[in-house]
Structure formats: structure tokens, C-alpha cells
Design a protein around this ligand. Structure first.
Ligand code: KG4
Ligand code: ZN
Length: 344
């Protein structure tokens, strides 16, 4: 089965081709093209929905064309189209959804609506190159989705049973990075830069709070961190690189401590065999390392899976993969964008 994925939920315009057979454990990546309007948003320090939507309109057809490059006769060779229907920005979502509906109608192809959050989970089920070997993800699994807009923990008993365990009560983990970045004068989105600066520091000098770390549930809260950082920034006499790097390190440590603790608590409670990370913040190497370290200290047999960095941030390959494993084949007339879509 060959699936064309389309993702336009925010500021990335992406199209991808994945292939898989019915009993495959993973999908194989054939192409994954991503265009982004990020540089326009970096200037304004955040995403302006109207600007993002206009850029989506500009990019969508060239991006799909490039993704189809290796396919001789798309009309014949593509079996289905998977498209993100939400959550996201309505203007951006509409571009992908309406384009997918049009292709589905003209090519007479099955359309599969995909929840963007499921996409981040399914980035783990993509095999990039045969020589890297087959990833053997075993269920049950817990998945931590950490992005600019979301922080969620879900339990997967199998592909058809995905249960939400908890999520953030306010800011998402990525938002904590981005808002701190703004306070420190770093470019949006600040996650990668904060990781880089934090890499120069070894000690957690500021010990920012670890919000709701012992709440006993699987909820998160990151808005207080921004306030704690603000207090330190107001006290700062000079903004030298060393001080900024130390704040970045302490922020990163606080976020990681909470994410790792809650995820491992969930893994322990539900006796899972696999932990799957996904979303832009999963691209953070210190987060990955912290998971690896804690699992090895605990002598745990639970396996950690993290997508390749470029598959952590928004892309259409993960949407095509989610579409393959959760095929809700739907008539093009019955698909519409839903910016508020969440877990059931
Ligand atoms: O998944 P994503 O591309 O878009 C959303 O669906 O939100 O995630 C973007 C978020 C941003 O908040 C960005 O700062 C964060 O992921 N991010 C990182 C890193 N790379 C991206 N956060 C921490 N460390 C990173 N290396
Ligand atoms: Zn995302």
C-alpha cells in the first residue's frame, strides 16, 4: 500500500510518501518534503495564523509535486491519501484538507483523516532506511507527545486502543522553551538554541521549580516556570552569555525532570514494554539521554523509541504512518478540518 500524507496544521507545509504491507510493523519512508514559513514568524517572535495560512497556500502544490517525484504514475500508484484534520490553526488546516479532498475526488482515492497528535506518536513507526534494521515496538506502550502546543501522555494497548492519561493544564513543554527564549532575547522557536546554550553548562544553579512533579496523576503544568525565569531575568545585572546559558540549563533540567518522572511513573503503572517519544521537544538530546540514563539505572527492560530529529517536528510522513495504522477510510465529502480536535 502506498500512502500520500499531507500535513499543514501550523507553519510547516509537508507532503510525504510511505509504503507498507498489511502486516508490517513499520512503514517505509519514500519521500518527506517539508517547507516552512518559520523565518517569517521568527521576525515577529511567534506564529501569526494569517501569515502561516497564506504561506501554506503558496507551498502546498510544489511540496506535493516534489514528494511525488519518485512515483511514475501517481494516479495509479497511490492507494490512499492521509491528511491532518486537526488540531491546529484553522486557516492552515483548511489548505491541506481541501487539497487532499480535491486529489481524492479527482484521483478517486480513499481519504484517511488523521489527528496530528497521533501523527507525532506514529513518527516512531517509520523506517527510514533498510540498513538501520526493523524497529520492534511492542505493546503496551506509553507515548509522550511534547511539542510547542501539546504535552500529553497516552497509553497504547494496540493500534486500536489509544487512551489519554494526562496532559498539561496550561503551557506545553515547547511553550516553556519558547517563552523563556523570548525573555532571554533568543530567536523563536527557542528550543534548539536553549539546548545548545545549556550544553555549555554542567550545574543546575537556579533549581527552578518542578511543577506538579509529585501530583500523583499524569498532568503537567509549565506556566509557573516562565514566571520563575522572569524573576531571575529581572534580577540579572548583565546579560552575559554564561548567565543566559545557566538559565537555559536550569530550565531544561526542570522540564526534563518532570517529563521523565511522569512518563516513567506511567510506564511503571501500566507495565509497558515500550516508551515512545514524539513532538518537537523530543528532538532534545538531553531529554533522550535522561530517559536512557534513568531506564538503565532502574535496570528496566522497557525500550525507549525516539524518532529521528527531523521526524520529531511537524512532517507529513508521520501523518501517512498514522493513517496506515489507523485507517478510517472516509469519503471525501465527509472530511472537514477541526482545529479543536484532541484525544477522545
Ligand atoms: O512538533 P513541533 O514541530 O510543532 C508543534 O506541533 O508544536 O514542535 C515545535 C516545538 C517548539 O516549541 C520548539 O521550541 C520545540 O518544539 N523544540 C525543542 C527542540 N527542537 C524543537 N525544544 C527543546 N529542544 C529542542 N532541541
Ligand atoms: Zn506538531
Amino acid at each position: 500500500m502506498t500512502i500520500l500524507g499531507i500535513e499543514t496544521s501550523c507553519d510547516e507545509t509537508s507532503a510525504a510518501i510511505v509504503k507498507a504491507q498489511n502486516n508490517d510493523k513499520n512503514v517505509t519512508l519514500c519521500s518527506n518534503v517539508v517547507a516552512t514559513s518559520l523565518s517569517l514568524h521568527a521576525k515577529t517572535g511567534g506564529i501569526i495564523p494569517e501569515v502561516a495560512a497564506r504561506e501554506q497556500v503558496k507551498f502546498i502544490i510544489p511540496v506535493i509535486k516534489e514528494a511525488l517525484n519518485g512515483i511514475k504514475n501517481p494516479e495509479q500508484d497511490i492507494d490512499a491519501i492521509a491528511v491532518t484534520i486537526g488540531p491546529g490553526l484553522i486557516g492552515s488546516l483548511l489548505v491541506g484538507v481541501e487539497t487532499a479532498r480535491t486529489f481524492s475526488y479527482v484521483w478517486k482515492k480513499t481519504l484517511i483523516p488523521v489527528n496530528h497528535l497521533f501523527g507525532h506518536i506514529y513518527a516512531n513507526f517509520i523506517e527510514e532506511r533498510a540498513e538501520l534494521g526493523t524497529k520492534d515496538i511492542e505493546f503496551p506502550a506509553v507515548s509522550l507527545i511534547v511539542s510547542g502546543g501539546h504535552t500529553d501522555l497516552v497509553l497504547m494497548k494496540n493500534h486500536r486502543s489509544i487512551k489519554w492519561l494526562g496532559g498539561t493544564r496550561d503551557d506545553a513543554a515547547g511553550e516553556a522553551f519558547d517563552k523563556t527564549g523570548r525573555l532571554l532575547g533568543l530567536q523563536y522557536p527557542a528550543g534548539p538554541e536553549i539546548e545548545k546554550l545549556a550544553g555549555r553548562v554542567k550545574r543546575d544553579n537556579y533549581r527552578f521549580p518542578r511543577p506538579v512533579i509529585d501530583s500523583g496523576d499524569f498532568d503537567f503544568s509549565f506556566s509557573g516556570l516562565k514566571t520563575a525565569v522572569l524573576r531571575e531575568v529581572q534580577k540579572m545585572k548583565n546579560r552575559d552569555e554564561q548567565t543566559i546559558s545557566e538559565i537555559c540549563f536550569s530550565l531544561q533540567e526542570a522540564v526534563i525532570d518532570v517529563l521523565v518522572k511522569k512518563t516513567l511513573d506511567a510506564a511503571n503503572k501500566y507495565k509497558v514494554k515500550s516508551i515512545l517519544l514524539g513532538g518537537g521537544v523530543a528532538a532534545n538530546s538531553a531529554l533522550r539521554d535522561s530517559f536512557e540514563l534513568k531506564l538503565s539505572i532502574l535496570g528496566s527492560k522497557t525500550k525507549l523509541f525516539v524518532p529521528d530529529k527531523k521526524l520529531c517536528t511537524d512532517n507529513a510522513a508521520m501523518i501517512a504512518a498514522a493513517g496506515f495504522f489507523n485507517r478510517e477510510e472516509t469519503d471525501w465529502r465527509n472530511i472537514s478540518a477541526n482545529p479543536e480536535l484532541y484525544f477522545d
